[in-house]
Design a binder for this molecule. Structure first.
Ligand code: GPV
Length: 838
């Protein structure tokens, strides 16, 4: 669509009812939105109407920054980061926007003068759960940091109609419920139908000769789908920058069904529409695993093609020649989910924009950069060739050609090494043929990074070893980080205020400044305040648990929390073995002196992951027995908090004393929950895995509870031949724990229920729970001892927070900017033409 310049409109001044920040103005704006947007007046308004009215009031106040930012980026044709991700786990927007706009207190007062409670309205927001776990949340933290650091950026992804399922617990089992986050409307997005694009799928290709006599290929698709962008503003913290998250919805092209409709095939017409809409219907609920489903590949090409076409549109509009695409954009691939971008950018440049292969390849490699997020073999994406060809025939041809050139390069560098060619090929030909997406990403990118130092090292030594030998200069590490705005300022205002009262608030943008807290670690008054705040937050969680689960919890007990996706490698069941160990000790000696503990769990299991669901059932079964056994006398409580989400995480991190980060070493790429807990003053019990290694280095080994095998020890043990039964037979407490489960003690006498889990542990134990059991128990016993010295614990907690500066996502983003993106910040001044009157 054409833009229509209009100078009269440009000179319009925006009314200050939509920008003013005084309490009076906020109140007026709120009532105005309630009336004119929600169509309600206070007498008949629901809580959701009030939430919506407030959301629009806040949105009005950020539009000025958003438009300004877009104007300046366009005028200057600023270099821009495109962050391509199948997941963005944003969490609720309202509270975060209040924090980043710096108007939390005014708004709180304004709504309270209207007889409403801000916390109550914040609670009302249905969060967009457009991600599974760490990977999606990392993308959200990075958007926050890029906006805060004034880096021009666009997040590109899919606007799933149904995000991650809601989790209910029935009879101890997880039950999945459809997530209807759009049900009440989404006040934070603006649809941009004028920037729709079309994506081809299926069909076949034809060769032809163009007017210059060149060999060309034409793709005749079976189906065309329309992508419509929906934009959400991403505000920086106390800057004027508002970047964009652009999510694509799939629709049927209007004209598509006319033929069918006119010939009376109404159902056929409707079905075509449904097939198109399916592409953005639902998020795949698997975390760290891949199943090779056709619809999933279709989702990937859909959002990748939409996004690349959008970037090319922007390049043209800003009068940048297409040959300079890589100067305007750098495209970060968040794992291999968008790796098809390698072939799609080649296709767009060659087939649709008449570029030659060599130039297109050079632009593609210079534009793309790849982040790997896993070492798990089952998570490495590969697509059966037949499936790939039937959906993306042209891309397969391009991949074959890339592979031909690539293997020539390998041959030149490693002559005569045919096994290396087989290992590195973009096509796995060992049995059924597959396209290997990680290989495609490595070859098509100029940068390959892991997400923690250990993870990057293991990529280089193991998973991507051949690629490291081929292209050592492409490899680099970018340790993950988390945003202190959402995960401290918004979620933990009490600790935020205490910290800022001592060292000022510079730490919110420069997290390393937390170091200044070390000066207060021997100040008894400060330590006392620190401890009372943790205690007050724990009391709040106690009330929540009482209400949600009907369990009364001792607020003075250790709050020992493991909150993350359920996966065998994360070893929630190792935690369970510890709980039963303590339970057995009490049963054997009811008067035993035990430091009281509350074990809290949160997290979802992939719906098709039977073992993870059985572990959830086990935890709930243990809870039923332990919480109701009179011998236990309130010394142990086990709580499963259902439906863990970003909103919920914000409530949980601040209340933790102990953070469980107990994956088998060499499996957790980084972890980011580990950072959020420690930043909120929890101590960590953990293995030397992922970013735990770096957290321990920062906070000091004396302030961290480390246990278990290291990654090299894990490999060595497996190479020697690991026999879990030996541990079972030689460890009395371990045997008693396993026998207790096997006896049906937690399953009303049913000895079959947990048998699959026990069999897997006794005969395979892929994640070495038995090998790490004793070290874990000893370490936990030490935790219980240390907790009794409350001054020592508080001191350790303060030192953890003071030394977490490295783990801000601002630091991660600065590193990406310098080492990979080669991009500078573009500060935004609030321009004259649309600046509000004061
Ligand atoms: I691949 N991760 C995830 O949440 N989902 C995935 O599909 C894949 C990786 C996680 C890793 O498991 C974490 O260790 C890591 O901290 C996180 O990605 C962000 O890098």
């Amino acid at each position: 669509m054409q833009t229509v310049p209009n100078h009269q409109v440009e000179n319009l001044q925006i009314e200050d009812d939509r920008t003013g920040l005084s309490v009076e103005c906020l109140k007026r704006a709120f009532l105005d939105n309630l009336f004119y947007v929600q169509g309600k007046f206070p007498k008949i308004a629901t809580k959701n109407d009030y939430y919506m009215a407030l959301a629009y009031t806040v949105r009005d106040r950020l539009l000025q920054r958003w438009i300004n930012t877009a104007v300046i980026y366009t005028e200057r044709a600023s270099r821009t980061v495109s962050y391509l991700s199948a997941e963005f786990l944003m969490g609720p927007h309202l509270g975060n926007n209040l924090v980043n706009l710096g108007i939390y207190d005014q708004v709180k007062q304004a709504v309270s003068e209207l007889g409403l409670d801000l916390e109550d309205l914040l609670e009302q927001e249905e969060e967009p759960g457009l991600g599974n776990g760490g990977l999606g949340r990392l993308a959200a933290c990075y958007l926050d940091s890029m906006a805060t650091l004034e880096i021009p950026s666009l997040g590109y992804g899919i606007r799933y109609e149904f995000g991650i399922f809601d989790q209910d617990i029935r009879d101890g089992w997880q039950v999945e419920i459809t997530d209807k986050w759009l049900h009440c409307g989404n006040p934070w997005e603006i649809a941009r139908p004028e920037w729709e694009v079309y994506v081809k799928l299926g069909g076949h290709t034809e060769a032809y000769t163009d007017e210059h006599g060149r060999y060309r290929v034409r793709w005749i698709p079976y189906q065309v789908v329309k992508g419509v962008p929906h934009d959400t503003p991403i505000l920086g913290y106390k800057t004027n920058t508002a970047n964009t998250l652009r999510l694509w919805t799939a629709e049927a092209p209007e004209s598509f069904d006319f033929g069918a409709f006119n010939s009376g095939d109404y159902l056929g017409a409707v079905q075509a529409k449904m097939v198109s809409e399916n592409l953005s219907k639902v998020l795949y609920p698997n975390d760290d695993s891949s199943q090779g489903k056709r619809l999933r590949l279709a989702q990937q090409i859909f959002f990748v093609s939409c996004s690349l076409q959008d970037m090319i549109r922007i390049v043209f509009r800003q009068n940048v020649p297409l040959e300079k695409f890589h100067e305007k954009f750098v495209v970060q691939l968040n794992d291999t989910h968008p790796a098809i971008a390698v072939a799609e950018l080649m296709r767009l440049l060659i087939d649709e924009h008449d570029m030659g292969w060599d130039q297109a390849w050079s632009i593609t490699q210079k534009s793309l950069a790849y982040t790997n997020h896993t070492l798990l073999p089952e998570a490495l994406e590969r697509w059966p060739i037949s499936l790939f060809r039937s959906l993306l025939p042209r891309h397969l041809e391009i991949i074959y050609e890339i592979n031909y050139h690539f293997l020539e390069e390998v041959k030149a560098k490693f002559p005569g090494d045919s096994d290396r060619l087989r290992r590195m090929s973009l096509i796995d030909e060992s049995g059924e043929k597959y396209v290997r997406m990680a290989h495609l990403a490595c070859v098509g990118s100029h940068s390959i990074n892991g997400v923690a130092a250990l993870h990057t090292k293991l990529l280089q030594q193991d998973v991507l070893r051949d690629f490291y030998q081929m292209y050592p200069e492409k490899f680099n590490n970018k340790t993950n980080g988390v945003t202190p705005r959402r995960f401290m300022v918004l979620s933990n205002p009490r600790l935020t205020n205490l910290i800022s009262s001592k060292i000022g608030d510079s730490w919110i943008k420069h997290l390393k400044d937390l170091k200044k807290l070390e000066a207060f670690v021997d100040d008894p008054e400060f330590c006392h305040q620190w401890r009372s705040i943790k205690s007050a937050i724990k009391h709040d969680l106690v009330a929540y648990i009482q209400k949600q689960n009907g369990i009364s919890v001792n607020p003075d007990s250790i709050f020992d929390i493991q909150a993350k996706r359920f996966h065998e490698y994360k070893r929630q069941h190792l935690n369970a073995l510890h709980i039963i160990t303590l339970y057995n000790r009490i049963k054997a000696n009811p008067d035993i002196d035990i430091t009281p503990r509350t074990f809290i769990f949160g997290g979802k299991a992939a719906p098709g992951y039977y073992m993870a669901k059985l572990i959830i059932k086990l935890l709930n079964s243990i809870a039923d027995v332990v919480n109701n056994d009179p011998d236990v006398r309130d010394r142990l409580k086990v709580v499963f908090l259902k439906d863990y989400s970003v909103k919920f995480a914000q409530r949980v991190y601040p209340a933790a004393d102990l953070s469980e980060q107990i994956s088998m070493a060499g499996k957790e790429a980084s972890g980011t929950g580990n950072m959020k807990f420690a930043l909120n003053g929890a101590l960590t019990i953990g293995t030397l895995d992922g970013a735990n290694v770096e957290i321990r280095d920062e906070v000091g080994a004396e302030n961290f509870f480390i246990f278990g095998l290291t990654a090299p020890e894990v490999y060595a043990l497996k190479a020697r031949g690991y026999r879990p039964l030996d541990y079972y037979h030689s460890n009395r407490e371990l045997k008693a724990v396993i026998d207790r489960i096997a006896s049906g003690h937690f399953s009303h006498g049913d000895t079959q229920l947990f048998k699959p889990l026990l069999d897997s542990l006794l005969h395979r134990d892929e994640y070495l729970l038995f090998a790490d059991y004793q070290a874990y128990i000893d370490c936990q016993d030490n935790v219980s001892q240390v907790y009794r010295d409350r001054d020592r614990w508080t001191r350790m907690s303060i030192l953890n927070v003071a030394r977490m500066g490295k783990f801000s996502s601002d630091r991660s983003i600065r590193d990406y900017c310098q080492d990979i993106w080669n991009i500078q910040s573009v500060p935004i001044e609030l321009g004259e033409c649309i600046q509000a009157k004061e």
